[in-house]
Design a protein. Structure first.
Length: 218
């Protein structure tokens, strides 16, 4: 399943970015050009590109991380099973709430149709591939997966600070195979009748001898 980002703004889906799973927003600053009375031509100056600040580790403990991951995915699981995405939308940050409940139902229609069951995230500990970090735009970013058999749930989540709480801003979810699948067993050859000859017991003295009998086994 292809990972897709549920982004903020007009309820649109944006492709998963190539760097850190985050949209890179560029700010264009246009400086004022002043001219003197002599109308001297402006001189062009080359501006060295500024290095983008690096993400910082998030100050959040393991229990806090588990609560954020599980509450988000279980809310999505309930929405998929009931077809009602109102609660999931209300739990999100304002940017996430730009999507209507009907729009969320369209976005997750494939998972709902596949009857994806996420209830296992309540008892299985996630494995983090990206430790929680604060991105330069202030969003809390983490990623990982829930190992299970036969499929594992891969996730990537973004949370925005709202009134002192982290609320979901972006969800990326996919299902992958976690256990190797054994190859199909070859077809058994057609059965053949095997004729076996039983060894006759030696005749007892003075008794009638018995002829050996043939038996067929399939």
């Amino acid at each position: 399943m292809k990972l897709r980002w549920l982004g903020a703004g007009l309820g649109l889906l944006i492709p998963r970015p190539q760097i850190l799973g985050l949209p890179i927003l560029g700010l264009l600053i246009v400086g004022a050009v002043t001219t003197s009375a002599q109308q001297t031509p402006p001189q062009l100056h080359q501006v060295a590109p500024q290095q983008q600040p690096a993400p910082k580790p998030a100050n959040i403990d393991r229990n806090g991380v588990l609560m954020l991951i599980r509450s988000t995915l279980l809310a999505l699981d309930q929405a998929n099973k009931t077809g009602n995405y109102t609660v999931l939308r209300d739990l999100g940050a304002p940017g996430f709430q730009a999507n209507t409940a009907a729009r969320l139902a369209e976005i997750f229609a494939k998972q709902r149709g596949d009857k994806l069951d996420l209830s296992g995230v309540a008892v299985i500990d996630p494995q983090l591939s990206l430790l929680p970090q604060i991105e330069p735009n202030g969003l809390l970013h983490m990623a990982g997966f829930f190992p299970s058999v036969p499929s594992q749930v891969n996730f990537e989540l973004l949370f925005a600070p709202v009134e002192g709480q982290w609320r979901v801003f972006g969800v990326s979810l996919s299902v992958g195979q976690s256990a190797p699948v054994a190859p199909a067993a070859p077809e058994a050859p057609a059965g053949k009748a095997v004729i076996s000859q039983k060894q006759a017991a030696p005749p007892k003295p003075g008794g009638p001898s018995k002829q050996p009998a043939a038996s067929a086994t399939q």
